[in-house]
Design a protein around this ligand. Structure first.
Ligand code: NAD
Length: 243
């Protein structure tokens, strides 16, 4: 296990952190002394879970709204401090064949899963690059490297997130800002509940994906694939750590 002593005191922003993988990651990082800011379109979810008071900042955020996102990050920096890590985690995964998908839903999937990540990346880099430090983490999916039937638009969004993130990493190599992607397997969250895992594959728990994200922040790894086969969780690291 890699040491995680460098997490304490870091200001970490997590989009879509009101539940699922985002909330589990927030709790895991907080236990290690990180200062957590959560933004989510669902304003009530964290409050209802009784954990809102535990975090440094919790506020409404729509990742598809440039003004809302920019203002949210400004507020975090005012209240908590300069952002060390942004985790672009918010996402949706409606299932079904694309020909049956209403056009408005097709656009919404791409708006949240892809545009929201691109927007968050731009806003984070604008703050981090002048400081020559920081870590941008985009949550993709193993669906971004495979072709899961019934998820064509979702798959497209995650393939695009991986391409976008890999390109940014090349563009800003040596800048002091690490740029990473996480590819979770099917995970037991509200989002993952509509999909059935193939026989050997077992859905991961959100805490298991959170543990991989914690390791990624500690090591500044470029990419990690989280898989669970026959009940065994494993993290396959794609690329080397970044300076
Ligand atoms: P989840 O549904 O439990 O949580 C997603 C959160 O995003 C929700 O709290 C939701 O309110 C929020 N959100 C949705 N639209 C938003 C918006 N416009 N602005 C801000 N917040 C918004 O889902 P999860 O399973 O925890 O998924 C988190 C990420 O992990 C997603 O990007 C998802 O694609 C990815 N992922 C999930 C799985 C899985 O099987 N659960 C597998 C691979 C990747």
């Amino acid at each position: 296990m890699t040491k995680v002593s460098n997490i304490s005191g870091k200001v970490v922003v997590i989009t879509g952190g009101a539940r699922g993988i985002g909330l589990s990651t927030a709790k895991a990082l907080q236990r290690l002394g990180a200062k957590i800011a959560i933004g989510d379109i669902d304003e009530t979810a964290v409050k209802e879970s009784g954990t809102a008071a535990d975090f440094e900042h919790y506020g409404p955020l729509d990742v598809t709204d440039q003004r809302s996102f920019d203002a949210f990050l400004d507020e975090v920096e005012r209240q908590v401090g300069p952002i060390d890590v942004l985790i672009n985690n918010a996402g949706i995964m409606p299932t079904g064949r694309v020909i049956d998908e209403p056009d408005a839903l097709t656009r919404r999937i791409l708006d949240i899963n892809l545009y929201g990540v691109i927007l968050g990346s731009k806003l984070a880099l604008a703050r981090m690059l002048p400081r020559h430090r920081g870590h941008l983490i985009n949550i993709a999916s193993l669906a971004g490297e495979t072709h899961v039937p019934g998820l064509a638009t979702y798959n497209a969004s995650k393939h695009a997130v991986l391409g976008f993130t890999d390109t940014l990493r090349e563009e800003y190599r040596g800048s002091g800002v690490a740029i990473s992607s996480v590819l979770p397997t099917l995970t037991n969250t509200d989002l993952g509940s509509g999909v059935h895992a193939p026989k050997m594959l077992r859905a991961a728990e959100p805490e298991e994906v959170a543990a991989a994200i914690v390791q990624m922040i500690a090591t500044r790894r470029s990419k990690v694939r989280v898989t669970k086969v026959a009940g065994v969780i494993s993290q396959i690291v794609g690329l080397l750590p970044q300076a």
